[in-house]
Design a protein around this ligand. Structure first.
Ligand SMILES: [Zn+2]
Length: 212
């Protein structure tokens, strides 16, 4: 954020500096100054926008990862968390409830969608985003699709869950199937440090919960 703001600051400062020279220059130079600085400002603004998106994605994905740990600590189910967000506000923050509810469909994402719909009293979540600690399985991906959620951000790759014993069908939703191709939502997979933090959940919790 600070870095991007800094870029805009310097772009504006350079613009003021060149603008001061315009009065003693010809029209070509004036045009060059405007075009050159318009490009610089545009680039800086895009940088700022990307940084803001990354910051909020990091914040909500961290919340989903925290939910994954919480679910295991409570004995509610497997290490998966999901957060539904609307207008930068958390609508619901949920975790896997399979053991608690004796319900094989009570995955974090499905639980979050059910809770969000109830809370907002609507059956479509077209103005919402969902942050999942792990790549959604086909059932959850289907639920996300049916709820019309506009954007999905997830942390760990399915392989990290499969590595500790979860069913490898988890990976089927986002592996180039026809269903995935049809989905119109924006899908973002975390990378770098965020992906590592999300994937560590499985190794750190595997001794604490009962595999189902
Ligand atoms: Zn699922």
């Amino acid at each position: 954020m600070d870095e991007a703001n800094g870029e805009i600051y310097f772009a504006l400062r350079d613009f003021r500096s060149d603008f001061a020279s315009i009065s003693c220059s010809g029209p070509d130079f004036v045009q060059w100054v405007f075009v050159n600085h318009a490009i610089k400002l545009l680039k800086s603004s895009i940088g700022l926008f990307q940084t803001v998106v990354q910051d909020r994605d990091h914040k909500f994905l961290t919340r989903a990862v925290e939910e994954a740990y919480k679910g295991v600590d409570c004995g509610d189910g497997g290490p998966f968390g999901a957060v539904v967000v609307r207008n930068d506000e958390v609508v619901v923050s949920c975790h896997n409830m399979v053991l608690k509810h004796t319900d094989p469909t009570a995955h974090a994402e499905v639980t979050a969608i059910r809770e969000a719909c109830k809370k907002l009293n609507q059956i479509e979540l077209a103005d919402c985003e969902i942050y999942a600690s792990c790549e959604p399985c086909p059932m959850c991906f289907g639920a996300i699709h049916l709820s019309r959620i506009k954007r999905l951000v997830y942390g760990a790759k399915a392989e990290a869950a499969i590595a500790i014993g979860f069913d490898d069908f988890i990976a089927d939703a986002l592996r180039g199937t026809g269903f995935y191709q049809k989905a119109s939502m924006e899908i973002k997979r975390a990378d770098g440090k965020e992906a590592i933090i999300a994937e560590q959940v499985f190794e750190k919790t595997k001794a604490k919960f009962q595999m189902y």
